[in-house]
Design a protein. Structure first.
Lengths: 322, 283
């Protein structure tokens, strides 16, 4: 009896720590380290930008944000031009793209014949993945000549001299500029926003939609008064994500915005965004202060997008993860 | 009754306007996107021949191809994916299996989502400060790290999501057989979640293969064929950027060909990922 009992106890003890159990802590530690590495890299981005951009803030102070002189020859830098350019192009792009993305999403969810629903939905999702450099090239080589020929030149000739309209449409009619960049950005964020909105609208329980239709609501009323409000928070989050993309987009804009510093004077005037300025000048910076100013610009972009993205994620938190 | 009839008429009319608007904007959007694909195909196909895949990027005026850029892009993406897979799968596992509802866990989850959509050009600046400036030069290695930083959040996110979909009974039965939890994760959970993780990895791969901005300050470019990760490395996106903005017709033709190659491979990878995830749903 006793011998059997001790055997049992020994077996139990041996079995209670199976092979490899001591690695449990190591494995958890590895996983934890990987998660921390992600956190550290986001923090690292912030720290690197603050350190790299510090000389610019130290020399130009808060005025860096509010002056628009960008002069590598005299080594004087002010970020207001690119900051304003970034905000204008992103907001205009969003304003252009939002109604269209909404319309596409409503079409896919409510109107589309079932046989086309999957092909169009898939196409929209696939297009969201096309690299932005392709949009940029298309903008430069195809869109810009068309835009100059059929929009800019007619508007410029039609504008009465001395009027406000003439001031607005002045510039070189080569198809590039603030408005063209906004349109290309809008086309670029369109598939992304349409796909996200569609995904959100499909999470609305069928009973909710059906009861609205059952009460006699028209399709427009169902969408605007029932299903869209149902996913309101998520929809705002999706829009903010689209805005975040537009703010940080580099290649699509760099090709077509014209790359002039200072404030744009009209809708066809050349401008610059933060990302396009960095992309154009960083590897060819003339001196340490030029590099520091470009990194300081990056810091401004980081802070703007971080706020937008954080807000977007907070709003999307309780929705299906997108 | 008359009032109500008038009201119904207005509602019908405004609905008709709304529906027409939806049809119209969908047509506009699809036209714009089709126009982009059309010019990509019509301009790109003309530039694609055997030399594109066998010769290195030319000096202006001479003939050449994109071989060095294609090989460089593949190497940078593979390095990026190797790093991102290790970090991403481990971090996703931690979030799904160990983090629970802890405060640190939700912070990591939240900031990972922010990192996921952070402007890629800032990732490039960060890697420049981290790996280019201190080590005295642009390198393929820095480019790979920059791409890894873009891919890792995507993989982390998908890994966490698919692991959370695995039934708790899987973990319990594994542990009940006496396997330590990490063994269960390694031999049971990762396998049952494998195709989901693969889908995420493919999507991340598609995302980084078209990225240009972060490579501008890290891998830079190299006019010659090079497999040395410590030196600047040619890659398709940066070559396209430089050639498209040049004044030479040969270069522009190569840029279109390169854009077509990138877009086609991104689309192919995305389609494979979608097919995978649909099969997974079915099984």
């Amino acid at each position: 009896m006793t011998q059997i009992a001790t055997l049992d106890a020994r077996t139990v003890r041996r079995r209670s720590s199976p092979r490899g159990a001591s690695f449990e802590g190591v494995f958890e530690g590895l996983c934890f380290a990987a998660a921390t590495a992600l956190l550290a890299s986001l923090g690292g981005v912030l720290v690197a930008l603050v350190i790299g951009g510090w000389p610019a803030f130290a020399r130009f102070g808060i005025g860096f944000l509010f002056t628009s002189t960008w002069d590598p020859v005299r080594d004087i830098y002010g970020a207001a031009g690119p900051i304003v350019g970034t905000l204008i192009t992103s907001v205009v792009a969003l304003a252009l793209s939002l109604p269209i993305a909404g319309g596409v999403a409503f079409f896919l969810v409510e109107l589309c014949p079932p046989i086309l629903r999957r092909p169009i939905g898939t196409a929209v999702e696939l297009l969201a993945g096309i690299p932005s450099i392709v949009y940029g090239m298309w903008g430069l080589f195809v869109f810009a000549p068309f835009f100059a020929q059929h929009v800019q030149i007619p508007l410029m000739t039609a504008a009465p001299s001395g009027s406000l309209m003439e001031t607005l449409v002045q510039g070189v009619p080569n198809g590039s500029g603030i408005l063209s960049a906004s349109i290309i950005l809008a086309i670029m964020i369109l598939p992304f926003m349409a796909a996200t909105l569609r995904e959100l609208l499909m999470t609305v329980p069928p009973q909710v939609r059906e009861s609205a239709y059952g009460l006699g609501a028209t399709m427009g009323e169902v969408v605007m008064k029932v299903t869209l409000p149902y996913v309101r928070r998520g929809a705002i989050g999706a829009v903010m994500l689209g805005l975040g993309r537009a703010l940080g987009e580099t290649m699509a804009v760099t090709f077509i915005i014209g790359n002039a510093h200072g404030f744009p004077k009209g809708v066809f005037d050349s401008g610059s965004t933060i990302a396009s300025t960095i992309a154009n000048e960083f590897t060819e910076a003339t001196g340490p202060m030029h590099t520091a100013s470009l990194i300081a610009l990056g810091l401004v972009l980081f802070l703007i997008t971080f706020m937008v993205l954080a807000l977007a994620r907070l709003l999307l938190r309780n929705q299906a993860r997108l | 009754m008359a009032v109500s009839a008038a009201r119904i008429a207005t509602r019908r009319a405004s609905n008709a306007v709304f529906v027409a608007f939806c049809y119209l904007v969908t047509a506009v959007a699809l036209t714009a996107l089709a126009a982009i694909l059309w010019s990509l195909l019509s301009q790109g196909l003309g530039g694609i021949d055997l030399a594109v895949f066998t010769k290195s990027t030319p000096a202006p005026g001479s003939s050449g191809g994109l071989a060095n850029a294609i090989v460089g892009s593949i190497m940078l993406c593979l390095l990026g994916m190797a790093i991102a897979l290790i970090v991403g799968i481990l971090a996703g596992t931690w979030l799904a299996e160990y983090a629970g509802q802890s405060r640190y866990g939700s912070t990591v989850r939240f900031l990972n989502d922010v990192l996921l959509s952070a402007p890629s050009i800032l990732i490039g600046l960060f890697v420049y400060e981290l790996l280019v400036a201190p080590f005295g030069g642009f390198s393929g290695f820095a480019g790979g790290v920059a791409l890894a930083l873009l891919a890792a959040p995507v993989i982390t996110r998908t890994t966490e999501d698919v692991l959370k979909l695995q039934p708790t009974s899987l973990r319990e039965s594994g542990v009940a057989l006496g396997t330590p939890l990490w063994g269960v994760i390694r031999t049971v959970l990762w396998r049952s979640a494998g195709s989901g993780i693969l889908t995420g990895a493919l999507l991340a791969f598609a995302r980084i293969s078209g990225e240009t901005a972060p490579l501008l300050f890290t891998a830079l470019n190299n006019q010659f064929f090079s497999l040395d990760m410590r030196k600047p490395m040619a890659n398709l996106p940066v070559v396209i950027f430089q050639f498209a903005l040049s004044a030479y017709d040969d270069w522009r033709r190569l840029a279109w060909a390169g854009a077509l190659i990138i877009a086609a491979s991104v689309l192919a990878i995305t389609i494979v990922a979608r097919i995978l995830s649909q099969e997974q749903k079915r099984s």
